[in-house]
Design a protein around this ligand. Structure first.
Ligand code: GLP
Length: 241
C-alpha cells in the first residue's frame, strides 16, 4: 500500500486529481471508477479546472460509479446521478452515454444488480477506482459484515451511514433506507485503487485500515489484498496512525 499524507484537504484533492490526470494522459480511453460523498468533491473541482486549462480530454473516457440510492429518480437532487452531473460531468467533454451509474428507481432491483455487474465486466473493470471511506469503514455502500466475495447488490443502510448522509437531505426521514452498490469483489477488480480520507472524523478508520488485518467487519480492510492501492489522506485523517 502506498500512503501519501497531504497537508490538508486541498493538497489531498490536488494529489488525487494529478494521479487521475496521469491515467487519462497515458490512456485516453481509460475507465474511471468514481465515488460520491463530500471527500472527492475537491478532486472533481481540480479536474474541472485542469480540463478548462486544456490539460485533460474526456472524449474517449468511460466512468463507472460505485453506488446509488434505491428509490430516487436520477433527477432527484440527492441522487448520486445528479451529484455526478452537478459536480463533474456537466463541466467536461465526456460523452454521457459512457457514464454508468446504477439505476435505483427500478422495480427489478436484482436484475439491475446483475446488469450493473455486467457493465463492470464489459465496459470495465476500471483502470483506476476512486474511493472514499465511511467512519465505520464502509466503501461504496458496503457496510460492516459484507462478504469480501460480494458483487453488485442491494444493501440496507445502517443508521450510522444514514445519519452521516442526512446532512445532504432535508430531514432524516428523507434519507433512503436502501442502496445499490458495487460489491467488494467488484471493487477489487479495478487495476488501481485510490482511497481518499480527510479530517479528524476519519482518523479512527484510517488507523484501523493501516494497522488492522483484513476483516469483513471493516470493509475497507479488503483493499489490503489489492496490489495497487494508494491512500491519499490529509494530516487530520492521519493523526492517529
Ligand atoms: C457515502 C458514500 C461513500 C462515501 C461515504 C463517505 O456513504 N456511499 O462512497 O465514501 O459516504 O462520505 P464522505 O466523503 O462525505 O465522508
Amino acid at each position: 500500500m502506498n500512503i501519501i499524507v497531504a497537508k490538508d484537504y486541498k493538497e489531498m484533492s490536488q494529489a488525487s486529481s494529478r494521479m487521475i490526470e496521469e491515467q487519462i494522459t497515458k490512456k485516453p480511453d481509460a475507465v474511471l471508477g468514481l465515488a460520491t460523498g463530500g471527500t472527492p468533491l475537491g478532486t472533481y473541482k481540480e479536474l474541472v479546472r485542469s480540463y478548462k486549462e486544456g490539460r485533460a480530454d474526456y472524449r474517449f473516457l468511460s466512468t463507472i460509479n460505485l453506488d446509488e440510492y434505491v428509490g430516487l429518480d436520477p433527477e432527484h437532487h440527492q441522487s448520486y446521478c445528479y451529484f455526478m452531473n452537478q459536480n463533474f460531468f456537466q463541466f467536461i467533454n465526456i460523452d454521457k452515454k459512457n457514464t454508468y451509474i446504477p439505476y435505483g428507481k427500478t422495480e427489478g432491483l436484482e436484475q439491475e444488480c446483475r446488469r450493473y455487474e455486467e457493465v463492470i465486466d464489459t465496459v470495465g473493470p476500471p483502470d483506476l477506482q476512486l474511493l472514499g471511506i465511511g467512519e465505520n469503514g464502509h466503501i461504496g455502500f458496503n457496510e460492516p459484515g459484507t462478504s469480501f466475495d460480494s458483487e453488485t447488490h442491494i444493501v440496507h443502510l445502517t443508521d450510522s451511514t444514514r445519519e452521516a448522509n442526512a446532512r445532504f437531505f432535508e430531514s432524516m426521514e428523507d434519507v433512503p433506507t436502501k442502496a445499490i452498490t458495487m460489491g467488494i469483489r467488484s471493487i477489487m477488480k479495478s487495476q488501481k485503487i485510490i482511497l481518499l480520507a480527510s479530517g479528524e472524523r476519519k482518523a479512527d478508520a484510517i488507523y484501523q485500515l493501516i494497522h488492522g488485518e483484513p476483516d469483513e467487519q471493516f470493509p475497507a480492510s479488503s483493499l489490503k489484498n489489492h496490489d495497487d492501492l494508494t491512500l491519499i489522506v490529509d494530516e487530520d485523517a492521519y493523526k492517529k496512525v
